[in-house]
Design a protein around this ligand. Structure first.
Ligand SMILES: Nc1nc2c(c(=O)[nH]1)N[C@H]1C(S)=C(S)[C@@H](COP(=O)(O)OP(=O)(O)OC[C@H]3O[C@@H](n4cnc5c(N)ncnc54)[C@H](O)[C@@H]3O)O[C@H]1N2
Ligand code: MOO
Length: 383
């Protein structure tokens, strides 16, 4: 296998391979975590009516006030009101319940606060103070966070127009892989069926099918084309040996190879190819290599596709890290007050190093000095 495309070039190609996002209209309860595909303008002012900020009485004119039922009030009248209640037209202020007293059916202010409530026309939230009717309140491209869902609801929206999540099928290869229990020598317990859908979910995609196939190009090609999906993520079989049949399967399907392999360690055999109706991201079988391949190449692809571009990160290396000639080295690190330190157990076939990491330091060919700043990939799951 050649050394592969340079890190930056491979990532740019992956981002450029993202198709235009499809859109869908989803109910608000399903919109969290999605990216808006259209601006949200509020059709109503926010708040849309003048409301009381306190429990008490809406009053008009000078004290004392005669208590009336409303809805309207005239000078010298007051109406009982609760927090959030509709302030009657013409009301001057809301007198808080603790700042007023009813004597002989007449309401009067009590103490300095009571007089101030009235004199300063307090506790009325006028309509339109947060937004005017027609105003833009959320822009296309924004991630739908909990307060943004609440804001959309306040405008009266029931659905939002968002980018559709790319649909993904997983094709897990390997005759030796078992899915339960303690594996016998020569067998390995599957690392991917549970982890990859969760990571894809964090990257804004949705795994809708999982196939297990043996080391057989025909079965692999069938699995790659089995579902109506936007992206197929395969594991194993990328290495170029006789058993590494995923590349053979993709070749037989006539795919255009966009990224043949990447000059990075680990994860170098990661590839990206395009079929007429779907992309295929091939990840190596070694567990650490596979996850790093997904973050390094699947990350920019899905970032561009979903609009959830991951923020880049800079960390300070707590120790010097040697580079690898002709390749970018990816080192899972724990990030603490003293900087970023490589975690233990970072073999390509291992998982403990990544399980203990907070980020992945990107070590250029020339290495990183102790105390120097270096780029890092954030991990898409909570750490
Ligand atoms: N002669 C060469 N051999 C290898 C090269 C090379 O360039 N020349 N590259 C090495 C590198 S780097 C990597 S990474 C791997 C890539 O391997 P494949 O993608 O072909 O994957 P497999 O050979 O099928 O498996 C590798 C390894 O991963 C284990 N595996 C596979 N699936 C799973 C799974 N679902 N859960 C857990 N572990 C899995 C598999 O048992 C193997 O141990 O190739 C190197 N070799
Ligand atoms: O790139 Mo392979 O990724 O080390 O084990």
């Amino acid at each position: 296998m050649s050394r592969g495309l340079a890190w930056q070039v491979a990532r740019e190609r992956a981002a450029a391979a993202a198709p235009a996002a499809a859109i869908e209209h989803v109910p608000l309860h399903r919109a969290g975590g999605r990216v808006l595909a259209a601006d949200v303008h509020t059709p109503i002012p926010l708040p849309h009516y003048a409301s009381s900020a306190m429990d008490g009485w809406a009053v008009r004119g000078a004290a004392p006030w005669r208590l009336v039922e409303g809805p309207g009030i005239e000078a010298g009248e007051a109406v009982v009101i609760v927090t959030g209640g509709l302030v009657p037209d013409g009301a001057d202020a809301v007198l808080r319940s603790e700042a007023g007293r009813v004597v002989d059916g007449r309401l009067e202010p009590v103490g300095e606060t009571g007089h101030r409530d009235v004199a300063e026309r307090r506790h009325i939230r006028p309509a339109g103070t947060e937004a005017s009717a027609g105003e833009l309140v959320l822009g296309a491209g924004s991630l739908v966070t909990p307060p943004r869902v609440a804001l959309a609801a306040a405008t009266g929206a029931d659905r939002l127009t968002v980018r559709r999540r790319p649909r993904v099928a997983l094709v897990l290869t390997g005759d030796e892989v078992v899915e339960s229990g303690v594996p016998a020598p020569g067998r390995v317990r599957d690392s991917f069926r549970l982890a990859l859908p969760a990571i894809l979910d964090e990257l804004g995609a949705e795994a809708i099918a999982v196939h297990r196939v043996g080391d057989d190009p025909a079965a692999t090609a069938d699995a790659i084309t089995a579902d109506r999906v936007d992206l197929v993520v395969t594991t194993g079989g990328t290495g170029g040996s006789h058993a590494d049949q995923v590349r053979v399967a993709v070749e037989r399907l006539g795919a255009e190879v966009l990224v043949p392999s990447v000059a990075m360690r680990p994860g170098g055999p990661t590839f990206l190819a395009r079929l007429p109706d779907r992309l295929v991201l091939g990840l190596p079988g070694n567990p650490l290599a596979a996850v790093l391949g997904l973050l390094a190449i699947g990350g920019p692809l899905l970032g561009e596709w979903t609009g959830r571009t991951a923020a880049t990160m800079t960390v300070v290396a707590a120790e010097a890290l040697a580079g690898t000639r002709g390749a970018t080295r990816l080192v899972p690190v724990a990030v603490g007050d003293g900087g970023a330190t490589p975690t233990a157990h970072l073999g390509s076939g291992m998982l403990r190093g990544l399980a203990a990491a907070d980020a992945v330091l990107v070590v250029p060919e020339e290495g990183v000095d102790r105390g120097a700043s270096a780029a890092a990939l954030p991990l898409p799951w909570p750490t």
